[in-house]
Design a protein around this ligand. Structure first.
Ligand code: SAM
Length: 285
């Protein structure tokens, strides 16, 4: 285990650790999932407020240190440590997730949480600042991206604090920020692969028009192949001389999004466009 590879930068500033935990507004009935507890600087503060904590930690030495920290204390029976990789671990039920994990698993962490059922109430997550800023970016701003749209489709996200590198030992190379993520309940009835497939195309060059991005290399071929799959599954006769370019252009004209740019489109715009494509039998996944 190597500090860089596992991102073992321990949060040393007690005030920062306390603020992160306080941001979750824990209730005495809450079951909490913590990812990457390390030596437990957040964990002990969570245990003070919550009913139960499941902590997933990949490094057995860290897990041992955390176990030692609560040994013989009343908190001990409220803590379960799963030793393993969060990305592969079977997750328990939880109301709240709190995590300061290595930044290498930022994306898998967010998407794994968003697809978890039943939905949790809130997640308080520390990330590399650039990643955090993209998560909370709004349409029309510089950082609004495919990641922002994909995450904000399923959750409300906001920035709660910036944390500078000197809060950690050893200090990482990058700055950090904490975000609050609240899943939309109920979740929008959209298949993630479909939404992401459309986002991939329109955000490929976010300042170019939607129309131009659909003309990029490979896009029509992909849509044609999806269309054939969709047609055969739905017993629709696949026309031999099907003109996908025309079908796409018709949808873009009818919806009025041909000359729009992803940089300024919000989630509702993207959902409207996706639904119009679906009505025309055009699929993205
Ligand atoms: N949460 C502690 C804190 O704030 O002081 C430790 C933070 S440290 C940045 C990240 C922790 O996550 C380390 O203890 C590391 O061993 C653990 N870790 C790294 N990759 C992991 C993974 N894939 N699953 C679970 N834990 C992981």
């Amino acid at each position: 285990f190597n500090t860089e590879r596992f991102g073992q930068h321990i949060l040393k500033n007690p005030q920062t650790a306390q603020t992160i935990v306080d941001t979750a507004n824990l209730r005495p009935t809450d079951k909490v999932l913590e990812v990457g507890p390390g030596t437990g600087n957040l964990t002990v503060r969570i245990l003070e407020k919550a009913k139960h904590v499941t902590a997933v930690e990949m490094d057995p030495r860290m897990a041992a240190e955390l176990t030692k920290r609560v040994q013989g204390k009343p908190e001990q029976r409220k803590l379960e440590i799963i030793i393993g990789d969060f990305v592969k671990a079977t997750l328990p039920y939880f109301d709240v997730c709190i995590s300061n994990t290595p930044y290498q698993i930022s994306s898998p962490l967010v998407f794994r949480l968003l697809s978890h059922r039943p939905l949790f109430r809130v997640a308080i997550l520390m990330f590399q600042r650039e990643f955090a800023m993209r998560l909370v970016a709004r349409p029309g701003t510089e950082l609004w991206s495919r990641l922002s749209a994909n995450v904000q489709l399923y959750a409300k996200v906001d920035l709660t604090m910036h944390v500078s590198k000197n809060n950690f030992r050893p200090p990482p190379k990058v700055e950090s920020s904490v975000i609050r993520l609240v899943p939309r309940d109920p979740p929008p009835p959209v298949e993630f692969g479909e939404f992401d497939g459309l986002a991939r195309i329109v955000f490929s060059r976010r300042n170019k028009t939607v129309h131009a991005n659909f003309l990029a290399k490979g896009v029509m071929e992909m849509l044609e192949s999806n269309w054939r799959t969709w047609a055969s599954m739905n017993n629709v006769m696949a026309e031999d001389n099907m003109d996908m370019k025309k079908k796409v252009q018709d949808v873009l004209q009818e919806t009025g999004y041909a000359e729009s740019r992803a940089a300024k489109m919000d989630i509702d715009d993207l959902l409207k466009l996706l639904s119009a494509f679906h009505d025309a039998g055009i699929h993205f996944a």
